[in-house]
Structure formats: C-alpha cells, structure tokens
Design a protein around this ligand. Structure first.
Ligand code: SF4
Length: 351
C-alpha cells in the first residue's frame, strides 16, 4: 500500500510524516496538575509503546505542571488547549513539544496569530485539531455534509497558517461517525500535504471504540492516509496504545513483536483456549520479534488451519502439539505447552 506523501514535522525527537513510521499516541485521563498521577500514567503508556502523549491543559495549574512532567518522562509531551489562547502561549513557554488547538474556539485571528508567532519563535509544531463537536458556527450551519464541513474548516485554518508562512503543523478532522471521519480525511488529504493525525473521536467503550477505530483508522491507512494515530477509547489509555499497534500490525504497517492468532474454538476443543491464549499473549508481551504464533484448540485441525503461522501450539486432551508452518515438531504434555512454545520463540530470538 502506498502512503500519501506528506511533509515531515518533528515533535521533540519524534518525526511525523514523510517516510517516518506511523506513530501511536494517546492522551492521559488524570488531572494534569496532579504531577505524580500524570507521570505515573505516562510511564505506563511509555512501557506500552506510546510514542507521543497529550495532556489536557484547562487551567494555569495544568500549565504550571507541564515543565515538571516533561522532566520526568521520555516521550514528547503535547499540551491540549481549548478556548484560552493565553494558556496556549504559556504552554509554549513551559516547553511543551507540541500544542493542539482548535483555531475555531481560540477566538479572533489575532490570538491565533500570536500563538503561531510564539510557536515559530520556539520552533514548536501545532496541531490544528478540528472536531465535529466544536466546529465553528460558520461550518456547522453551512448546510454541507459533516465531512465537507470538517474538511473545509480545516482547510481554512491551513490556509491561514500557510499565509503566515508557518508550515510546522499537523491536522486532524475527527467525528464520532466513522463514515464522516473517513470522508473528511479523504477530502483533506486530496488538498494538503501536511502530515495528518487520524482517529475517530468519542469512539466509545473498549469493544465499540476498538471496532470503530479499526474501521476508521484502518480504512484511511489502507488508502495511504495518516501519519500518526490516536485510538480514542472510554477505557484505560494503555488500551488505546495496544489497539493502535494492533491496527498497524493487522495492516502490516508496523510489525513490532509477535502476532498471536487463535481459533474461535468449536466442539472439538478439549481445553480452555481463552485462558491458554491469554497466557501466551501475556508471556510474549515483551517479545520484539515479528513472528506469527498460533494457539489452536485441537490437534486434528489446528496445525493445518494455522499453517501460515511461523510457530504454534495445538491443544489436545492431556497433551498438545508444537508445530511450525503447519508441520508437527513434537508432542508435549498439556501443562508444558506454553513453556515449550516460549523455548522455541527464544531460539528464534537468538537466531
Ligand atoms: Fe475447532 Fe480445532 Fe478449528 Fe479450533 S482448530 S476451530 S478447535 S477445529
């Protein structure tokens, strides 16, 4: 799949756009002024692979916390600001690596211009974050479709930024409707060459939000659109990162670590395959080699059904089978299956 070529920006040490890998980001849900809790959550996000983290900056207390948070974390920090341009200016002074604003709710143009000038001076990029829920009245009441309104609103801001010769920006146009989101990004991508932050906003709880994000983000990525992704879930933000990487993995865009495939089970299954698969997932959560590993519910059909897997286990009554590319390697007592698989994976790791 061919990526739509975008220009590259740098957020702290992270490159976004151009030929940089599509990055995965998330947002904390702690009170930003609670430095301990916010840093603790960011550290967990870092461990999960999060490459960029955004924090809400609703007030002066949150701005005051930014520099302390930044000192204690490794990944670039983004300040999310609505309505108050002074907070945006203060966040730029506090050392945020990027700020996210929706120019439509920041106020008049001179305020947006002031933010742009400060960002230029500090060499800090800005995300123009247009959202269905906070569309400017002019676009909300335009009579156009939501997708067109989102794209037109973003294009107006893009024009404004470019007229000021400020190109250090990235754009998002999100809605909770998957179809409107996809269409808005398609319209936008056909007209701009800035990097795009993609995601479906207010996507819902874990299962619903994962499905909507996988379809929305996945469709766009498959079309080559998108340079960084944020899965938006009403769940622990760690899940956003996990789902983000799984979307990239499923599209073979970033293969970090193994992909576990497992059968849905049927009447032939003799063991608790859900528990077994979870155990394998957990044990391999730190593994970095891009293997496809199968966990199958029966010896009779499992190895054949999972012949595209590099390695696999098929469970049986009392004993299971270890296999590679559909071919049996050896039979193993049921209780030793996972350990036998892990030993084989380590042999791969060592080359
Ligand atoms: Fe059923 Fe075996 Fe296929 Fe799993 S591998 S779905 S248990 S036949």
């Amino acid at each position: 799949m061919k990526r739509v070529k975008s220009r590259q920006i740098k957020v702290g040490s992270l490159k976004i756009g151009g030929d940089a890998p599509i990055s995965v980001q998330s947002m904390t849900n702690t009170k930003t002024h609670d430095i301990d809790k916010t840093v603790s959550q960011i550290k967990k996000l870092e461990l999960a692979g999060c490459e960029l983290v955004r924090v809400a900056v609703p007030d002066k207390k949150a701005v005051a916390a930014l520099s302390h948070i930044k000192e204690l974390i490794k990944i670039p920090l983004v300040a999310d600001i609505h309505f108050n341009y002074k907070l945006a200016l203060a966040a730029l002074d506090a050392g945020a690596d990027k700020i996210r604003i929706n120019p439509g709710n920041i106020g008049n143009e001179s305020r947006v211009r002031e933010i742009i000038e400060k960002a230029r001076e500090k060499r800090i990029p800005i995300r123009i974050g247009v959202n269905a829920g906070s569309l400017h009245k002019k676009y909300r009441d335009s009579g156009e479709s939501l997708a067109k309104s989102l794209a037109n609103s973003a294009l107006e801001y893009v024009g404004f930024f470019e007229d000021l010769d400020f190109l250090d920006f990235i754009v998002s146009v999100k809605a909770s409707s998957v179809t409107a989101t996809i269409e808005a990004y398609e319209l936008l991508a056909s007209k701009v060459n800035c990097p795009l932050h993609i995601g479906v906003t207010e996507a819902g709880t874990l299962v619903t939000g994962t499905v909507k994000s996988a379809i929305g983000i996945g469709t766009l990525l498959r079309e080559g659109i998108g340079d960084t992704i944020r899965v938006s879930l009403t769940a622990n933000p760690i899940k956003e990162v996990e789902v983000g990487f799984k979307i990239l993995r499923a599209l073979e865009l970033r293969c970090v670590g193994p992909e576990i495939i497992s059968c849905p089970t049927c009447g032939r299954c003799e063991i608790d395959l859900i528990a077994l698969t979870k155990k394998v997932e957990k044990k391999l959560s730190k593994c970095k080699i891009p293997l496809k590993i199968a966990v199958m519910g029966c010896i009779v059909n499992g190895p054949g059904e999972a012949r595209e897997a590099d390695l696999g286990i098929a469970a049986g009554k009392g004993e299971g089978l270890l296999f590679a590319k559909g071919k049996p390697i050896k039979k193993v007592p049921e209780g030793d299956l996972v350990e036998a698989l892990l030993t084989l994976v380590s042999e791969f790791e060592r080359g």
